[in-house]
Design a protein around this ligand. Structure first.
Ligand SMILES: Cc1cc2nc3c(=O)[nH]c(=O)nc-3n(C[C@H](O)[C@H](O)[C@H](O)COP(=O)(O)OP(=O)(O)OC[C@H]3O[C@@H](n4cnc5c(N)ncnc54)[C@H](O)[C@@H]3O)c2cc1C
Length: 397
C-alpha cells in the first residue's frame, strides 16, 4: 500500500504512517532549488505518481540555494555545448517566463563586464563564447557610454549584457514548493536520508531515514539524489552503487561583503574573470531592494563552515578598486557566505554539471546530480526539464 504522508510544512515523516511496507514512486533527496524544481516538473509529468521530497533541515532551501548571488545569468561564460551552458540559456528563458506567469518579482538589471584596454581581447573572447552559446544580445560599449550608465565605474570598455537579472531565491523556491504541493508532492522536512539499498526484489530502493527522533524505512521506485553539497555522501551510502561512479567534489567557499548606504551602481558590475582565479572575479550585485554587495571570492575549504572572516576585506578592497577606485572601505561589512560543490577537470578547471543515470551506473531508477554550482539557480527549471525527460524516456512508469 502506498504511504500516506500529510503535506504539512516543516513536518518530518510521521512514523505511524511510514512503516517498512510503505512505498512511493519517486523520492527526491534535497529540497534546494533543484529538488523543488524537479518536484514541480515531475508532478506535472507524472500526476498520478506519489512523490516525496526529503529535506534534512526544518525548511526548504537553507543551504546553497539561499547562499548565492541571486543572479539570473545570461549564459555567457560556460563552455559551448556543456550542460552549464545549455541549461543556463534554456533555464534563464524558463525562469523569466515562470516569474512573469506567477508575478514573482525579479529585475532585468543587465550587467556590465568592465575592462581596461589591455583586457579588451579577453572581452572579445567572452563575446565569442556567448555567441557560441546562443547568447546574441551582448554589446560592446565605450568609456563615454559607461560613464553615462555607471558614473562611478572606472573602465575603458565594457560588454553590456541586457539579459542578466536578479531574483529573490526564497520567493522563487516558495512558488516551486507551492506548485509541487498543490500537485500532491509531499515535503518531509527534518527527514534525512541515512542509507539506501538497491532493492532488486521490488525493483527500486529501500531507504533508511532519520525523521525527527524516529528511524524509518521507505521504498521508492525512483531515487533522485540532488543533495547539493552532500550529494557525494548520499551516493556513498547507496549499497549496490559502484564507488567508481562517485566523483570527487571540492568545496569552494565564496564570501560576500555588503556595502552600507546607497549603492553606487544601478547595474551589476563584473570585472574580466582572471583565469588563475577560477571564478567570475569579485563583482558587484544588487538585491531587489537595491542593496549592493560584493563577492563571492574563492576559498577552497574542507568543511562546510559558513563563518565570515573580516580579514578578507583587504582582498575585496583591492579587487573592487580595479573598477571602483572611489570605494570607501569603511562601508564594507561582512555579509554571508555560500559554498560551491565543485567538480574539477584533470587540470583543475571547474568541470561541468554531472547528471548520472542508469546508462552510466546501470542502476535502474537512480538519478544523481553532482557539482550543481553556479549557474544552478538560473538553470534549475532546465535541469528539472532534462531529468524529467530522461525519466519519461526510461519507460520506468
Ligand atoms: C557563492 C555562490 C554563488 C552563486 N551564485 C549564483 C547565481 O548568482 N546564479 C545562479 O544561477 N547560481 C548561483 N549559484 C549556484 C546555485 O546557488 C546552486 O547551483 C543551487 O542553489 C544548487 O541547488 P541544489 O538544490 O542543488 O543544492 P542545495 O541548495 O544545497 O540543496 C540541497 C539540499 O539537500 C539537502 N540534503 C542534503 N543531504 C540530505 C540528506 N541526506 N537527506 C535529506 N536532505 C538532504 C540539504 O539540506 C539541502 O537543502 C551560486 C552558488 C554559490 C555557492
Amino acid at each position: 500500500m502506498a504511504v500516506q504522508i500529510p503535506a504539512v510544512l516543516e513536518a518530518p515523516l510521521p512514523s505511524d504512517q511510514t512503516t517498512a511496507g510503505d512505498s512511493v514512486d519517486i523520492c527526491i533527496v534535497g529540497a534546494g532549488v533543484i529538488g523543488l524544481a524537479l518536484a514541480r516538473e515531475l508532478v506535472r509529468a507524472f500526476p498520478s505518481r506519489q512523490i516525496v521530497v526529503l529535506e534534512q533541515h526544518s525548511y526548504v532551501g537553507m543551504e546553497t540555494s539561499s547562499h548565492n548571488s541571486e543572479v539570473i545569468h545570461a549564459g555567457i561564460y560556460y563552455p559551448p555545448g556543456s550542460l552549464k551552458a545549455r541549461c543556463c540559456v534554456r533555464g534563464k528563458e524558463l525562469l523569466y517566463d515562470y516569474c512573469n506567469s506567477l508575478s514573482i518579482p525579479y529585475k532585468r538589471t543587465g550587467k556590465l563586464i568592465v575592462a581596461n584596454r589591455t583586457e579588451q581581447s579577453a572581452l572579445e573572447a567572452i563575446l565569442q563564447r556567448a555567441h557560441a552559446n546562443g547568447v546574441n544580445s551582448l554589446q560592446f560599449i565605450e568609456k563615454d557610454q559607461i560613464a553615462v550608465m555607471e558614473p562611478n565605474v572606472h573602465a575603458d570598455i565594457a560588454l553590456w549584457s541586457p539579459e542578466t537579472g536578479i531574483i529573490d531565491s526564497h520567493d522563487y523556491m516558495q512558488h516551486l514548493l507551492r506548485e509541487a504541493q498543490s500537485g500532491g508532492v509531499v515535503l518531509a522536512c527534518r527527514t534525512k536520508l541515512q542509507h539506501s539499498k538497491v532493492d532488486n526484489q521490488h525493483c527500486g530502493f529501500e531507504l533508511k531515514l532519520q525523521s525527527g527522533a524516529e528511524e524509518l524505512t521507505l521504498r521508492t521506485r525512483v531515487l533522485i539524489n540532488c543533495a547539493g553539497l552532500h550529494a557525494v555522501s548520499v551516493a556513498g551510502a547507496i549499497d549496490g552503487l559502484d564507488p567508481a561512479f562517485i566523483p570527487h567534489i571540492q568545496f569552494i567557499k565564496g564570501s560576500y561583503m555588503r556595502l552600507s548606504g546607497k549603492s553606487p551602481f544601478t547595474h551589476l558590475i563584473y570585472p574580466v574573470p582572471d583565469p588563475a582565479y577560477r571564478g567570475l572575479g569579485i563583482h558587484a550585485t544588487l538585491d531587489l531592494g537595491g542593496q549592493c554587495r560584493f563577492g563571492p571570492d574563492i576559498e577552497a575549504v574542507d568543511c562546510l563552515d559558513l563563518s565570515l572572516d573580516p580579514a578578507r576585506i583587504p582582498l575585496f578592497e583591492k579587487e573592487i578598486r580595479r573598477y571602483y577606485p572611489e570605494l570607501d572601505a569603511q562601508r564594507l561589512h561582512t555579509d554571508y557566505a555560500g559554498i560551491r560543490p565543485r567538480l574539477v577537470t584533470s587540470n583543475g578547471e571547474p568541470a561541468d554539471f554531472l547528471i548520472q543515470n542508469a546508462d552510466k551506473h546501470l542502476i535502474s531508477g537512480l538519478w544523481q546530480l553532482f557539482g550543481i554550482e553556479s549557474p544552478g539557480l538560473t538553470a534549475s527549471l532546465a535541469v528539472a526539464e532534462l531529468v524529467a525527460s530522461e525519466i519519461r524516456g526510461s519507460a520506468i512508469f
